[in-house]
Write a protein of this length. Structure first.
Length: 241
């Protein structure tokens, strides 16, 4: 059998590898280094289990969970510049998700009181990691809006048969009308060098990706409430990506 190599002017027949842009290169490099740090940290956590008493094990469990979430974020960072593939959608109980985040905040800010107003039938369908980031962003913002102590209310209720209403309220500093109007603008921040202006913009983007909407109401020196409205899905409904 005789094989002939035929030259072609069509360079698209050849695999093409594009050099990453500086931003993509930095993102992937940071992801790689973070993965290495997490590997060491998880190793130390496993060793720490051998030395801490029973009272310390729940805290180690929380750290391991946080480490797992960071690992997921670093994986996403490593995919910058590549086609993005989300995890399959799944049933998410928003009440349970808020409860998990409340426990985390309670450990981090023991002087803050957290009140729960949660309906067990508050199920949506979506990407759990993304919805978790939404709640983390809003909860940490609520904590930042207060001094050493204060009160946060977390709620999740099914309303009108087709919608899940989630809310996070604080009795902190509140926002002026001018700040409220720009709160969801990407890169807008009132935290100076401590802020990035990305958190609330990401919250809005993720909620809208889940066919929902988010709004805020705030009064200076009284506090702020973020309201999320998401389509209700029965927990028994099959999920697709």
């Amino acid at each position: 059998m005789e094989l002939k190599l035929v030259a072609s002017n069509n360079t698209n027949l050849l695999p093409k590898t594009e050099a990453p842009t500086p931003v993509i290169d930095i993102a992937r490099g940071v992801s790689h280094d973070l993965c290495n740090v997490l590997c060491w940290m998880n190793g130390y956590l496993q060793e720490l289990r051998e030395y801490c008493g029973p009272e310390g094990l729940p805290l180690i469990k929380e750290i391991v969970q946080a480490s797992s979430e960071i690992e997921q974020l670093t994986k996403q960072l490593s995919q910058v510049g590549r086609p993005q593939l989300d995890d399959p959608k799944k049933s998410i109980n928003m009440g349970e998700l808020l409860l998990q985040q409340a426990e985390f905040v309670g450990n981090l800010y023991p002087d803050i009181t957290i009140n729960l107003n949660i309906d067990t039938v508050s199920t949506v369908v979506g990407h759990e990691d993304k919805m978790k980031r939404v709640m983390q962003n809003l909860l940490l913002n609520a904590c930042d809006a207060m001094q050493q102590n204060g009160t946060i209310e977390l709620g999740a209720k099914k309303i009108d048969g087709s919608t899940v209403h989630c809310w996070i309220s604080d009795d902190g500093y509140g926002m002026s009308k001018t700040i409220q109007d720009r709160a969801f603008d990407r890169y807008f921040t009132t935290k100076g060098n401590k802020g990035t202006g990305i958190g609330l913009a990401n919250v809005k983007q993720i909620v809208e990706e889940h066919d929902g909407n988010v709004s805020l109401t705030s009064v200076v020196d009284k506090g702020t409430t973020f309201d999320l409205y998401l389509p209700f899905k029965n927990a028994n409904v099959s999920c697709t990506a």
